[in-house]
Each structure stands twice: as C-alpha cells, then as structure tokens.
Design a protein around this ligand. Structure first.
Ligand SMILES: [Mg+2]
Length: 257
C-alpha cells in the first residue's frame, strides 16, 4: 500500500481549493479516443491468430469474434464486468473448438492488451494531469482494460481502478466508493471527469460526487438526464473551473456545508 498521497492534503496555495481532494477520471474517450485503439488492437490480435491459429482466423473476422464475446457476456453475467476475462474465456473456447491449445488464449490476450495500451491521449491531457497531480489525488476509473501505467500517462495516477477491483462496472457505485476509500475522502471532496452521461456523470453524482461532463465530440446531453454541473470540451477548461469559476456555481439543495 502506498502512503497518503501528498496531494490529498489541503494546502494554502491560492491555486488550490480545499473543496476537492480527489479527482477521479474515466479513461476511454475522456483521456484518449477509444475507437481507433480498439480497432487497431482487434486487428493486431486477428493477425496474431492467423499466425498461431490459422483455421480459427480464417473462419472468424473481427465482427464474429466480437459477437462471440458479446454472447459470452450474456450467458455469464457474473463476469460480464471483467472484459479481460471475457476476452480470455471467449478466445479459449474458440481455440478449443478449432482444436488448438487453450493455453494460447493467455498469449493472445496479452498481445491484444499490449496494443490496447497504445493509446494516443488528447493533446491537453498530459500537461493538465501533470498540473492536477500536484494539487489533487488522481485515480482513474475505467470499465475497460487499458492500463495508464503502460501508456505515456504513467506515474500520474495514485491508483488505477477497474471493475475487477470493485466487482462491478460503472454505473454501479462500487468503483467510486473504492476510489473514495483509497483516497480517504468523502464524496463531497471528490470530482469525477468522464465522457459518458450515464456511466460517468449520472453514476458519479448518484454516488455523491460532483461530476463534470467531458464532451470531446460535441454530443448532445441526453434529455432524460438532469443537466451536468459543468461541461468541458477539454481538460484545460477543468483547470480554469477549479481555479475559480464554477466553485460557487454548484450549490445544490442538500449539498450545503
Ligand atoms: Mg469513457
């Protein structure tokens, strides 16, 4: 266990506010675009399969491999939150049905994961996270399998939590509660940043956190949800918001100090 992160202690620095001590961050489509990296990693795995399990690769394309995983998630809802395990079991089952060594699944998933971690963070991400990490405890919360420590963002997060750690994926509050426990914070002391209106914004505020919607792609906010506290299109706007604007604009009934 690491000790208390220095940034979790409020400071008198005028740049710092003492309302928040923890910032939790979604990864995919918040810190980097997800689509291209998944497509590249799936394509890389398919190439790997064509070398190591050619009969399987000749029968299954990316879409049918995806469909196989989707079906497995439906038949095994108890592990549906663990995308790494879903991928491993799906591949093992396919390898077995084509009379290849099931043990190949481990290598195949490792190969996929290596490519899955080759993310390209948006230009604002690294500079802003460096600044935030000096002032706040940063914890990543993803439903996916990317590992920030295997990316250019290594070393910036106090913890990187996935549904495997919490036993459930967002929007379940378990991941948020895990992060709060790691940082020793109350929900009121935590700010969540994420791109998904339901799994990030709505889920975070249901867990008592303040949530900022990171809308990278100019999407419309879903009509059925209450509006977010604040919306940004990049993380520099989060820095601006924390440095003054917004702190007084989010008082809500029941949230008074
Ligand atoms: Mg996301």
């Amino acid at each position: 266990m690491m000790g208390l992160h220095p940034a979790t202690r409020p400071t008198n620095n005028s740049m710092s506010d003492t309302r928040f001590r923890l910032i939790t961050l979604d990864l995919d489509d918040t810190l980097w675009p997800l689509g291209p990296v998944i497509e590249a990693a799936d394509t890389a795995l398919h190439g790997w399969l064509s070398r190591h399990a050619p009969r399987l690769a000749a029968t299954h394309d990316l879409a049918s491999l995806r469909q196989h995983r989707r079906t497995l998630m439906q038949t095994m809802p108890e592990i549906a939150h663990d995308l790494g395990q879903i991928r491993r079991r799906s591949l093992a089952s396919l390898l077995e049905s084509f009379n290849y060594a099931v043990s190949l699944a481990e290598d195949g998933v490792a190969y996929f994961q290596m490519h899955r971690n080759r993310v390209a963070p948006f230009a604002d991400v690294a500079p802003v996270l460096h600044a935030l990490s000096r002032r706040y405890c940063l914890i990543s919360l993803t439903n996916g399998t990317a590992d920030p420590e295997a990316t250019a963002l290594r070393g910036l997060f106090h913890r990187n939590l996935t549904p495997v750690d919490a036993g459930a994926a967002k929007p379940d509050p378990a991941l948020f509660r895990h992060a709060l426990a790691h940082a020793g914070c109350t929900p009121r002391e935590a700010l969540h940043l994420g791109d998904d209106p339901w799994m990030d914004v709505e889920a975070a505020r249901a867990a008592g956190l303040t949530a900022i919607w990171v809308n990278r792609y100019g999407r419309d906010w879903p009509r059925e949800l209450a509006p977010p506290h604040h919306t940004v299109t990049d993380l520099n706007q989060v820095l601006d918001w924390l440095d003054g604007r917004g702190q007084v604009a989010i008082e809500e009934p029941g949230h008074a100090v």
